[in-house]
Design a protein around this ligand. Structure first.
Ligand code: F6R
Length: 609
């Protein structure tokens, strides 16, 4: 996820573009860059770090032109560095890009064979070289872009400027957001409305497969074949703060709703569906090294530790590899027994968690190969480990982790399928089926999100309780832990996650009408057992809120509240079951008037012990 903006008009280009980038910084902030005109030449300024670093290197009165483009980056390919920052240049063209070009390696090879020299490690740079390869042949910028996009696979929102036409700008959308702002004799195009909302409230939403051409004659919108389109203009009524949250009340809610997109981005490029295979694109070495490993140890903290616990189920069941899971802060001081043939995986959203980093270092001093599953490209953890599997959740602003967790589960599922196939424990047919189910997940999450009001109703009925118990079994036990953690951290209600089978060994003593019990029940091999647990709770006057699968008529009459998720195979159920629990915690917190996005005493990235 990155933020892009283009401006064309008579006002101060640089300050408008920089101002727009500031409002897009929530989409990424590891580097930023801008291109603008001065004396007929395109000036490029790029800088590592937040936007303030870019502002610090901008000269006074930098531009005398009427157009400019800008970018705030969330690295996906290539670490945060000045060379990898956008805009990228080829010939007389400059470009900013948000998205991922899946076939960039083959395109890059072809372009290099034609003698083109690349200066970054990004997938994005191939776009501008590809466009330029047509442009140099004398085609117009519009046609060059159309020809280039025909060869590109992946997702993109792109803005391009040409030195030859300083008062023109081309932008294209496929799979990444892009909106046009229409002002008084000026135009904006950006990843999101807040980028220009203080200047105009008139917007045109571009759809995938559309491009917009700005020139002194105004704007034209066409499809990738050049056919002109007539698009409706809309008036935005949001205030700027609401707009930054995409119209959602809090970043957490926005990030919960981003999960379908985040999962698609995490899967993107890793799957050969027809062959039932997972490709670890960009991280091939993982597979070669791990294929013959004897045991995997997964470590993490908090939510990432919960992902690790789900990973144990996935890797043991699908790939038949013994897995141990440890809390990073325990692992590092325990003198863990690691032997040749072991692999250590560190899971972390931020890649900066001190305990996880120290645990990985501990494994490395014992000569054990390491892999990280990480969301932040170029983070300390990703640099420390021998290999990285990046999730593509995009920046997570809210302190409570949501989309990072479900993308970690997605990455672990992909790894398990990969190793299962390579080690011969997962047949081609079973691999295909699982991949097919994985592709359905984003749509199924949308179905769950469509019932947010139902979960909000439950939250309003229960937000005054002081204690909650969450019960799950098997692969849903870590999800119960995650549900309880979400509730406690943003609503300050005491909540405990427990493996349902353990209830009778102690926690059952707590059951009464004052402690709601959240039960996660799918029609899997432990379904009958979990129904028995529900009966045990009810027999002691307890209150049960159940999350079950559609069509479960057996559980509904036994519980006080029930909410359904679509039918899903066991391996993927943690992803889907997590969503209503996030919503429950969110709406309880809202009802209690807590600070949802910045709960007390917590920090987004725990860089101290
Ligand atoms: C919970 C939460 C924390 C983090 C933990 C690890 O919502 O956000 O428990 O999961 O601090 O952080 P990362 O994943 O960045 O290592």
């Amino acid at each position: 996820m990155c933020g892009i903006i283009g401006y064309i008009g008579k006002r101060d280009v640089v300050s408008l573009v920089v101002d727009g980038l500031r409002r897009l910084e929530y989409r990424g902030y590891d580097s930023a860059g801008i291109a603008y005109f001065l004396k007929g030449e395109i000036q490029l300024k790029r800088s590592v770090g937040k936007l303030s670093s870019l502002e610090a290197i901008l000269p006074r009165n930098p531009s005398d032109g009427v157009s400019g483009i800008g970018h705030t980056r969330w690295a996906t390919h290539g670490k945060p560095s000045e060379d990898n920052a956008h805009p990228h240049r080829a010939g007389t063209l400059v470009m900013v890009h948000n998205g991922i070009i899946e076939n960039y390696l083959s395109l890059k090879k072809k372009l290099q064979d034609e003698g083109r020299v690349f200066t970054s490690d990004t997938d994005s740079e191939v776009i501008i070289h590809l466009v330029d390869s047509f442009y140099q042949k004398g085609l117009s910028l519009e046609v060059s872009v159309q020809k280039a996009v025909m060869q590109m696979h992946g997702s993109y929102a792109i803005c391009i400027l040409s030195k030859d036409a300083p008062d023109e700008l081309v932008a294209v959308r496929s799979g990444c957001p892009l909106v046009v702002g229409v002002g008084e004799s000026e135009y904006f195009v950006a990843s999101d409305i807040p980028a220009f909302l203080s200047h105009t409230r008139n917007v045109i939403y571009l759809e995938d497969g559309e491009m917009v051409l700005f020139s002194p004659n105004g704007l034209e919108i066409c499809d990738f074949k050049g056919a002109r389109l007539v698009k409706e203009q809309h008036q935005i009524s949001w205030d700027p703060v609401m707009a930054e949250k995409g119209g959602y009340r809090h970043f957490m809610q926005k990030e919960i709703h981003e999960q379908p997109r985040a999962i698609v981005d995490t899967i993107r490029g890793h799957v050969a569906q027809e062959a039932g295979e997972v490709l670890l694109a960009g991280t091939e070495e993982i597979g070669q090294w791990m294929e013959n490993c004897q045991r995997i140890v997964i470590i993490g903290c908090g939510t990432s530790w919960h992902a690790a616990l789900v990973g144990k189920f996935l890797l043991e069941e699908i790939a038949k590899i013994p897995v141990e899971v440890d809390i990073a802060s325990e692992f590092r001081y325990r003198d863990p027994h690691l032997v040749k043939g072991d692999w250590v995986i560190g899971i972390s959203q931020s890649g900066e968690t001190a305990d996880t980093l120290a645990a990985i270092k501990e494994a490395k001093t014992k000569g054990i190969p390491t892999l990280s599953i990480c969301n932040v490209v170029g983070s300390s953890l990703s640099r420390e480990t021998d290999a990285v599997f990046y999730t593509h959740a995009g920046p997570e602003i809210s302190v409570a982790s949501t989309k990072a967790f479900t993308t970690q589960l997605t990455a672990l599922t992909l790894l398990a399928i990969y190793l299962g196939r390579r080690r011969g424990h997962l047949s081609e047919k079973a691999g295909k089926q699982l991949i097919h189910q994985l592709f359905l997940i984003p749509k199924q999450i949308e179905e769950v999100l469509a019932h947010e009001d139902r979960v909000a109703d439950i939250a309003r009925n229960f937000f005054r309780y002081r204690d909650f118990l969450y019960l799950g079994r098997g692969i849903l036990y870590p999800v119960a832990l995650e549900g309880a953690l979400k509730l406690k951290e943003i609503s300050y209600i005491h909540a405990e996650g427990y493996p349902a089978g353990e209830m009778k060994h102690g926690p059952i003593a707590l059951i009464d009408e004052n402690m709601p019990v959240v039960v996660l029940a799918l029609k899997d091999k432990v379904y009958e057992k979990i129904v028995s647990n529900v009966m045990e709770v009810k027999a002691r006057g307890g209150v049960v809120i159940a999350f079950a699968e559609e069509g479960d008529t057996e559980l509904a009459p036994l519980v006080d509240e029930i909410c359904f998720i679509p039918k899903v195979v066991s391996a993927l159920s943690p992803i889907l079951m997590t969503i209503p629990l996030q919503l429950l915690a969110y709406h309880v917190s809202v009802s209690r008037g807590s600070d949802v996005d910045q709960p007390r005493n917590l920090a987004k990235s725990v860089t101290v012990e």
